[in-house]
Ligand binder design. Structure first.
Ligand SMILES: [Zn+2]
Length: 169
């Protein structure tokens, strides 16, 4: 996925760039390539970025630690302000009050928009915080207690029985 030079967008048909995605994203572990589409539209003082994409990811269940595959999908729209001071905020005094605008995404109007980075962020945000292979997953403790402790109890009883038989009655 190529970076988009933002001023170039104003010359594109309908000031819109459409990016077909069928890639593995750097830093994002997916079983299948991320497939989808990103639309970037120039609105003068802001970009409107929308994307639909999906991939299969491998999760590790928080309860039983088993791995399972899950579909990860996004369908999102974001406004990115074009602000000439976008990359200079670190030069400003720290004690300055944080304005609401600063909490929004912004880019310099003569800069680049990186579709793969944007998509990477959106996919990361969509990652399930709590990963469960099944809503009713009994978890690792219950499962091992059920199977192994029963067996070991049986064995212990069995050897005790065998010992009893050896004792002179
Ligand atoms: Zn599980």
């Amino acid at each position: 996925m190529d970076a988009i030079f933002i001023p170039q967008l104003t010359k594109a048909p309908e000031r819109t760039e459409e990016i077909q995605v069928k890639d593995f994203l750097p830093g994002l572990e997916t079983l299948t390539p991320v497939r989808g589409v990103i639309l970037v539209q120039h609105h003068g003082n802001y970009l409107e970025v929308s994307g639909q994409a999906e991939a299969i990811i491998t999760c590790t269940c928080n309860r039983c630690l088993q791995q399972y595959n899950q579909r990860l999908a996004i369908d999102t729209k974001e406004v990115i302000w074009l602000d000439a001071t976008a990359n200079q905020s670190q030069d400003l005094p720290l004690e300055r009050e944080v304005a609401v605008e600063d909490l929004l995404e912004s880019l310099p109007p003569d800069g680049y928009f990186y579709p793969s980075e944007w998509l990477y962020e959106q996919m990361c945000l969509a990652m399930p915080q709590r990963q469960l292979c099944d809503r009713n997953c009994p978890g690792i403790l219950n499962r091992s207690a059920d199977s192994s402790s029963e067996n070991s109890v049986d064995k212990r009883w069995a050897s005790l029985e065998a010992l009893k038989k050896q004792l002179p009655g």
